[in-house]
Design a protein. Structure first.
Length: 64
């Protein structure tokens, strides 16, 4: 049986498709040119829609 796609996965796919077509815009209205920025926008929108996407983990520094 096929697995149902999560809300977050669908949202990320939609936003990354917009980026690929060149129609993705940032909050300032400018065209998004960097892939990392597009991923950040996609994850942010997915979180706003209620998808369970964990925040980026913080790196622990070692003290010597």
């Amino acid at each position: 049986m096929a697995k149902k796609k999560s809300r977050g996965r669908r949202k990320v796919k939609k936003v990354m498709g917009e980026y690929k077509r060149g129609s993705l815009r940032s909050s300032s209205g400018r065209k998004v040119r960097k892939r990392k920025q597009a991923v950040a926008i996609a994850l942010s929108e997915a979180r706003k829609s209620g998808a369970r996407i964990p925040r980026k983990g913080r790196r622990k520094t070692r003290s010597r």
